[in-house]
Design a protein around this ligand. Structure first.
Ligand SMILES: Cc1ncc(COP(=O)(O)O)c(C=O)c1O
Length: 408
């Protein structure tokens, strides 16, 4: 029996029959190989998790608040929401607790919004190169994707969004990773932010701003998220995954208060409530005031690793390589010369050099091939030595491809 026959006999829904395991899962299996240097996944650095402070917070909660091992209400926990409101103030977003809804990570947050906003077969605006986890969210809706170009320096082509709206398109929402884009590492320019916020307001089309990386800013002056520029039509998704630890599985939405009741219905259907103990532990950690110092540490460590990687790319990759310096996040996008066979490079890198990265094509929206010559490199989860060794190894393999092709 072929897989397809098996799937049909399981009577899967049409979208599930057509779905394939995500490249992220394949990468997870690959990077589990011992001794492999991985620039593949978007993992925060485990060595930097604030384990002592979090152990203190979580064990105190466990010992003193037994009810946190109970079920709880969906999406609400007063003290955590108060801390998030305070945190967002630092990014120029003023919001009330009624506008905050707690989720199991940003992934669930964008999933819940899609469920509320998108009709089956509806339209969504997304960049040509985007986060595959978002495309997975969309799959059951079989939407029409209205894709717009994107730029590794300044982000989404907002003029192209305007052209779609002017042509009469009214998508359910526009998806934006405004800062530290996954996979491009780009952060949207100020002009584009202002214009996108204005378009959302003028046309009454919501922007879903997916922002796990906004707090990991390495620039002297960081730009405000879209949510700070437009409070009504931007629905913001934040996360503790990259600034504390993904294992806590806590994220949040900031939406108009009128939407939170609907969100609680969706949330209940997904997982009843976000793990209560985890929420209380994060709240306790936040109340200790230690996140500010921890963020400073992350910014220092990650920006130093980013610089090491850029330096290594300049030393070991072909001169024609284009690699932008990201001002936020964990990813660096390198655009390789067209003669490089990127999937083959990955196979050779894993087998011969014990290094992994993510080939750009994994981030193409269906029908697009813009990522073909790109590679996403994660710089947060490797040591400086590993970055030097890994990039050098990949560079040597690119040179071997050049020699085999007779390129000069
Ligand atoms: C753009 C983007 N959105 C959402 C997520 C999921 O985040 P969380 O762990 O908060 O669910 C990720 C994780 O890598 C991401 O890169």
């Amino acid at each position: 029996m072929t897989t397809t026959d098996t799937e049909k006999s399981l009577r899967l829904a049409a979208w599930a029959q057509n779905t394939a395991p995500s490249p992220m899962q394949d990468m997870l299996a690959l990077t589990a190989r011992p001794g492999l240097i991985s620039f593949g996944l978007g993992l925060p650095n485990q060595e930097l998790f604030p384990r002592e402070a979090f152990a203190e917070a979580s064990s105190s909660v466990l010992l003193n608040k037994p009810h946190t091992l109970q079920y709880g209400p969906a999406g609400v926990m007063h003290t955590l929401k108060a801390s998030i409101a305070e945190l967002m103030k630092g990014r120029g977003v003023s919001c009330t607790e009624e506008e905050i809804f707690l989720t199991t990570g940003a992934q669930q947050a964008i999933n819940m919004l899609a469920r509320l906003l998108l009709e089956p077969g509806g339209q969504v605006v997304t960049e040509e190169i985007t986060y595959p986890g978002f495309l997975q969210v969309l799959e059951p809706f079989a939407p029409e994707l209205l894709t717009v170009p994107t730029c590794p320096q300044t982000g989404m082509d907002v003029d192209a969004v305007e052209a779609l709206l002017q042509a009469g398109k009214r998508p359910a929402f526009i998806y934006s990773i405004t800062d530290g884009h996954n996979p491009l590492g780009s952060s949207m320019s100020r002009e584009k932010r202002e214009k996108l916020a204005r378009l959302a307001r003028e046309y009454g089309v919501p922007v879903v701003e997916d922002d796990p990386y906004g707090f990991l800013s390495y620039a002297d002056v960081s730009l405000p998220p879209l949510k700070a520029l437009e409070s009504e039509w931007v629905f913001y998704a934040g996360s503790f995954s990259k600034i504390l630890a993904p294992g806590v599985r806590i994220g949040w939405l900031i939406v108009p208060a009128a939407l939170t009741q609907k969100l609680s219905v969706v949330k209940e259907s997904y997982d009843i409530n976000t793990a209560n103990w985890s929420q209380h532990s994060v709240a306790h950690y936040m109340e200790s005031g230690k996140l500010t110092g921890h963020l400073e540490l992350l910014r220092r460590e990650y920006s130093a690793r980013r610089d090491t990687m850029l330096q290594a790319i300049a030393s070991y990759f072909p001169a024609e390589t284009r690699a932008e310096k990201p001002s936020n996040g964990m990813f660096l996008w390198a655009e390789l010369p067209e003669w490089v066979d990127v999937p083959q490079l990955l196979r050779d890198a894993v087998e011969q050099k014990k290094v992994a990265f993510f080939p750009g094509q994994a981030f193409d929206t269906p029908g697009n091939t813009k990522g073909k010559h790109g590679m996403r490199l994660n710089f947060s989860n490797a040591t400086h030595e590993q970055i030097e060794t890994g990039i050098k190894g990949i560079g040597e393999l690119i040179e071997a491809q050049r020699a085999a092709l007779g390129q000069s």
